[in-house]
Design a protein around this ligand. Structure first.
Ligand code: PHE
Length: 447
């Protein structure tokens, strides 16, 4: 049976950017920038992206496209059947864990889109009231569970349709919509009186706020935001045409992801500051602070609808990329057909996600290693397994595979002159800089 593949270069770029642009850009990046010295942090972030994450991204790309296989088989076949296959298996399992809890948040976004359409936050008297609305929603035994199932169902349906007709078509359409919405909100937010304080928070360079932790925060954020160490880029790359340019696609994705994060900051922070509120990170920002701000703003009803729509779109284009990793594995290794693979993984992620969804309410007292079920999975996958996955990927490419094969894949057999010129630097970054930086920053994060 012939393998499905992407239909166009733009499709590849938007699917990869779709995977990269997600909750990480909307609810964590703007906050991290503000907390860690504005433009000073942005510079550190850009250095991490260029010198550490881009080489890892390219490594994943090369593994995927060279093998034209799912992540497990890619590691297995390229290493001649060695124990490296277990690294591949890990990159298949991790995204499934993440899909399970990512869909919980996606479900919340569904619920909040509904709340926005019914103008639930309009004119709400205090931020505390909006926070109570959120805590009673997430702790209820039904609504979050139903919403999580709906979000996962939407993810699964897109993946069932396939790479070109499902993932590529959806990502192309939705990424365009996403950029338009977020730019429109950013333009509107900049006109609010008092918005300047938000821009100052984001962009005023303050090197005194940069600490050792800022580096770990920048690198961790760059990993998560570029979807590294999860087998997603590898899997998408396995559907990419051999004539495509690895360097161009990888850099364009990194640029789109970073630009989106900055625009998201410009959409969110000026609005938050215009209402004299201190920004938070994560769910608190998106489901407590912002709904309150929208409720106070002129025209905020419409902005809320657009914002939650953007949140859903950003999360969906990421979750489909995670699900595809496991689907590719089941189709190629276990001989499932696409529909059966999707249904099997839907059920698996639904059950795991159910526990995550309930861990804010009925299962709040269940602790794993001292954390709630949701936090346990989040911490395990986004902090530990993701870093490990990225480290193994660069070690695999830099130390296990043949330099000539990597050169061949990266330069399309020596035919792309820019790639030929930069290969030496890239090889050095993959072999030495990226692994050392990952280890140093990971250990410093543990101390
Ligand atoms: N990059 C996505 C985000 O920023 C998350 C993600 C991680 C998606 C890993 C796919 C794989 O939210």
């Amino acid at each position: 049976m012939s393998r499905d593949s992407f239909g166009s270069r733009l499709g590849v770029l938007l699917a990869m950017a779709g995977s990269a642009v997600g909750l990480g850009n909307l609810w964590r990046f703007p906050y991290l920038v503000g907390e860690n010295g504005g433009a000073a942090f942005i510079i550190i972030y850009l250095i991490c992206v260029c010198f550490i994450c881009l080489p890892i991204f390219i490594s994943e790309f090369v593994i995927g496209r060279r093998s034209q296989k799912n992540a497990y088989a890619a590691f297995r076949d390229l290493s001649g059947g060695s124990a490296w296959r277990w690294a591949g298996l890990m990159t298949v399992i991790v995204p499934l864990i993440v899909t399970s809890y990512y869909c919980v948040i996606g479900g919340w976004a569904f619920a909040y889109l509904f709340k926005s359409c019914t103008f639930s936050f309009t004119g709400e008297a205090s931020q505390a009231a909006v926070s109570t609305m959120f805590s009673s929603f997430v702790s209820s035994p039904w609504s979050p569970v139903i919403c999580q199932a709906l979000f996962l169902l939407a993810t699964t349906l897109i993946v069932i349709i396939g790479i070109k007709d499902g993932i590529e078509r959806f990502s192309k359409l939705m990424m365009t919509l996403l950029f338009v919405i977020v730019i429109a909100i950013a333009v509107y937010a900049s006109t609010l009186p008092g918005a300047g304080a938000g821009f100052e928070y984001l962009f005023k360079p303050d090197f005194s706020k940069v600490t050792g932790e800022s580096f770990a925060a920048a690198l961790g954020q760059a990993f998560f935001s570029l979807s590294l160490g999860f087998g997603t880029i590898m899997t998408y790359a396995s559907y990419v045409d051999k004539k495509d340019n690895v360097l161009f696609q990888s850099s364009a994705t990194a640029i789109a992801d970073t630009m989106f994060a900055l625009i998201a900051g410009m959409a969110i922070m000026p609005a938050v500051f215009a209402f004299g509120i201190n920004p938070q990170s994560g769910p608190g920002l998106v489901f407590e602070t912002l709904p309150y701000v929208f409720g106070q703003m002129p025209g905020g009803g419409l902005i809320a609808i657009l914002f939650f729509l953007a949140l859903i779109v950003a999360a969906l284009t990421s979750s489909i990329s995670m699900l595809e990793v496991g689907v590719a594995y089941l189709i190629e290794e276990k001989k499932f057909n696409r529909t059966k693979a999707c249904v099997a993984l839907f059920l698996l992620c639904w059950v795991v996600g159910l526990f995550c969804a309930l861990s804010f309410g009925p299962l709040a007292d269940v602790k794993l290693a001292g954390r709630s079920i949701f936090d346990f999975f989040d911490n395990l996958s986004s902090n530990i397994l993701m870093t490990l996955g990225s480290l193994l990927t660069v070690l695999f490419v830099g130390w296990r595979l043949k330099k000539t094969d990597i050169y061949d894949e990266f330069t399309n057999g020596g035919t792309i002159s820019t790639n030929v010129k930069v290969f030496g630097v890239l090889w050095f970054l993959i072999r030495y800089v990226a692994p050392v930086a990952i280890i140093v920053i990971f250990i410093s994060g543990l101390l």
